[in-house]
Design a protein around this ligand. Structure first.
Ligand SMILES: [Zn+2]
Length: 67
């Protein structure tokens, strides 16, 4: 039987710069980016986002709504 502790706090650590101080981390999803499926802080998220193709950027609601 699996024992899963639901109260266990996740460690919010940026996958790229490894900061644990960021107040917000975002799950970065992409098919091609090297930071795909990583939890990134705001700064790293923006940098990873900028590496995406326009087509990929358009799959993100906040980007598409700016157009
Ligand atoms: Zn970071």
């Amino acid at each position: 039987m699996l024992s899963i502790d639901k109260k266990r706090k996740l460690t919010f650590k940026c996958s790229r710069c490894l900061t644990t101080k960021a107040d917000k981390l975002a799950w970065f999803q992409s098919d091609s980016n090297m930071w795909a499926d990583s939890l990134l802080c705001r700064i790293c998220f923006n940098e990873a986002f900028n590496l995406l193709t326009t087509k990929e950027k358009m799959t993100w609601g906040f980007y598409a709504s700016k157009k």
